[in-house]
Design a protein around this ligand. Structure first.
Ligand code: NAP
Ligand code: MN
Length: 281
């Protein structure tokens, strides 16, 4: 029976669909050597190395390397497919081992693969002194903290005030990011076929004065959540591994993005099996 675990958008991808490729590496000696080997073999089979608009991006390293690759090739998301080779421990985004590289190369050359698409998080920062709107896409999550000290912010869901937050910060994660920082914040693990974002608290203060929900909250597509400063409008925001500081913030809005990330699947890889193998053993 066909594995229905993942949303497959193209069952029979046309031959020749993977003509160009790029390789992102973690940068250690072993990953770099593997990168050279993959490049040599794929070029031998007439694929073209292209860092501007590759059909396939092969990430060699860990999940962090795939996050790095995602942000580097962000502008071609509707076109580029990603695949990860892990050179350390088992990864969530990096599902091929170094020993399996020949098999991966052969699969790429044979071009028989499925494309699976996973949801992303859209983050939009609006300011009180300009009309500028800075937008970001996260593959794992976004965290919002104060520029200094405690975060004091109102949380609005679909434009309506939900709670007044006091604490270290807030984390909005994607389904595939639910196994990362979100898990450390006691968030739920969300299957990536559910287009949703999860809000978790980072050390909230709960007493007779301040009260927050205290539980992780999962929002469906089209429900946006805004974080508005109460006094101090200087926010420190992380998007995956990247951090930025924002002054005079009016609000930060998080929602399920229109864009999705595309992964090239050369063999089935059930999400729950990956969760089990990573966390249970
Ligand atoms: P890092 O400090 O190397 O990453 C921390 C760990 O998270 C690494 O073991 C990384 O795997 C793993 N990881 C990344 N994405 C994952 C995912 N979707 N599911 C399960 N594990 C995942 O920095 P990084 O590699 O650039 O990764 C940035 C991510 O670190 C952030 O997006 C955030 O999720 C996570 N983080 C977690 C905490 C926490 O749990 N307290 C705090 C800060 C950041 P690899 O070793 O394979 O790269
Ligand atoms: Mn890492």
């Amino acid at each position: 029976m066909k594995d229905k675990d993942e949303t497959t958008v193209a069952d029979d991808v046309a031959a020749n669909s993977l003509r160009t490729f790029a390789v992102e590496t973690r940068g250690d000696t072993f990953s770099n050597a593997l990168r050279e080997r993959i490049m040599k073999e794929l070029i031998h089979f007439h694929l073209v190395y292209d860092e501007t608009a590759p059909d396939l991006v092969i990430s060699v390293g860990g999940d962090g390397t795939l996050l790095q690759a995602f942000h580097r090739y962000l502008s071609g998301l509707s076109h580029t497919a990603f695949v990860g080779v892990h050179t350390g421990h088992l990864g969530f985004y990096a599902d091929w081992t170094a020993e399996e590289v020949d098999e991966l190369v052969e699969s790429v050359v044979r071009k028989s693969h499925n494309i699976v698409e996973y949801p992303l998080l859209r983050v939009a920062v609006s300011y009180s002194d300009t009309n500028e709107l800075k937008t970001y896409l996260a593959l794992n999550e976004c965290t919002i903290r104060s520029g200094e000290g405690l975060l004091a912010a109102d949380v609005l869901i679909r434009g309506e005030k939900f709670e007044s937050f006091r604490g270290d910060g807030l984390c909005f994660s994607t389904p595939t990011g639910s196994t990362a920082y979100n898990k450390g914040l006691a968030g739920a693990i969300i299957h990536p076929s559910l287009a949703s974002i999860q809000l978790t608290e980072i050390a909230s203060i709960n007493n007779r004065v301040f009260r927050t929900l205290g539980s992780p909250l999962i929002l469906p597509r089209h429900h946006h959540c805004q974080v508005k400063p109460v006094n101090d409008a200087r926010f420190s925001v992380t998007v995956d591994h990247l951090s930025t500081l924002h002054d005079k913030v009016k609000y930060i809005e998080c929602s399920v993005a229109e864009e999705r990330i595309r992964f090239a699947r050369f063999r089935p890889l059930p999400f729950w099996r990956r969760v089990r193998d990573s966390f249970i053993g």
